[in-house]
Design a protein around this ligand. Structure first.
Ligand code: NAP
Length: 285
């Protein structure tokens, strides 16, 4: 595309941002839709307040926010969407008349990604492996979209306990419990949607897995691993070995980006262009 005097700018604030795939999503969609917008990584080493105020003063159209600023950015916004306020984390800033308004598109991104594989969240039993930022969003997603029950497994059990407590306090959803990973055999029944939300297995440590005991997968109906590099994690391989379908997290990345793009540009991205962005992402990983 031609960059000219009317080109709008969007970007990703975080640290580090060098390996982000978000420019692939937004620049592909903008190119396909003929939108005069470019999206770039914006590394912010410190002073998130100055970064957000400066971005607003510079007329930046919209921002994504990643680690470590998803919660730290909130005090510098003019408004926060009610769902994002409950979660306590934003990943998308939309320009308004008096400042940026914060949203969380990770949660609907994960929901839409799961749905796109034909998997229902409503009424399902969910196991979340991990208790970091992504697991937290997954737990709120389960509560918002009315799962039947949620079990959070984490290496550091206290972090899982904290998330379970917070979800109940903020949403009223009480069918949620926390266990340490080693206690997985205490989980009742089977047929669970398993959301793998730890860093174990993430590139370059691709031989790691949060759970190696193959009997765990007897509890699973389907596995959704939030990791997308590598394309197939050790956790996914173990799952498939037990005959359980497993998906990677690339569509979550895709759909959180599509949702942000749609808010910045006040458009609906047609499915065939979403598919083009997905193919562009696949060619990069
Ligand atoms: P985080 O906040 O740093 O949390 C890391 C989690 O991984 C913690 O639960 C930690 O357990 C666990 N962990 C790390 N190493 C482990 C190991 N060797 N064995 C067992 N557990 C281990 O990270 P995050 O931001 O939530 O990200 C988690 C994962 O989600 C990452 O792989 C990231 O790539 C992925 N993610 C994907 C998307 C997407 O769009 N698809 C978006 C966000 C994140 P402790 O609490 O015990 O340390």
């Amino acid at each position: 595309m031609e960059i000219n005097g009317k080109t709008k700018l969007a970007g990703l604030i975080g640290n580090p941002v060098e390996h982000t795939l978000s420019p692939v999503i937004h620049n592909t969609i903008a190119g396909c839709m003929g939108e005069n917008m470019v999206y770039i990584p914006l590394p912010v080493k410190k002073d998130i307040e100055a970064a957000v105020k400066g971005a607003y003063a510079l007329g930046i159209q919209g921002l994504n926010i990643t680690v470590p600023y998803k919660s730290a950015v909130i005090p510098y916004l003019s408004d926060v969407d009610s769902e994002a306020a409950v979660i306590g984390a934003v990943n998308t800033l939309v320009r308004t008349e008096d400042g940026f308004k914060g949203y969380n598109t990770d949660l609907p991104g994960l929901y839409r990604a799961i749905l796109s594989e034909g998997i229902a969240v409503e009424g399902s039993r969910i196991i979340i492996v991990g208790a970091g930022g992504a697991a937290r969003a997954a737990a709120f997603m389960g509560a918002f979209y009315k799962a039947e029950r949620i079990v959070i497994l984490n290496r550091t059990v206290q972090k899982a306990v904290n998330i379970a407590k917070e979800v109940t306090e903020k949403t009223g959803f009480s069918e949620i419990e926390a266990l340490s990973i080693e206690e997985f055999d205490k989980i009742e029944g089977c047929g669970y949607l398993v959301l793998q939300a730890t860093k174990a297995g993430l590139f370059p440590k691709t031989e790691e897995t949060p759970i190696s005991d193959e009997s765990f997968f007897k509890k699973a109906a389907v596995v959704y691993d939030l990791i997308y590099t590598p394309e197939e994690t050790m956790f996914m391989r173990l799952s498939k070995k037990q005959g359980v379908k497993a998906y990677n997290g690339l569509k979550m990345l895709l759909y959180q980006g599509v949702a942000a793009y749609e808010m910045w540009n006040h458009v609906r991205v047609p499915d065939k262009i979403v598919q083009k962005a997905y193919e562009a992402l696949q060619s990069k990983i």
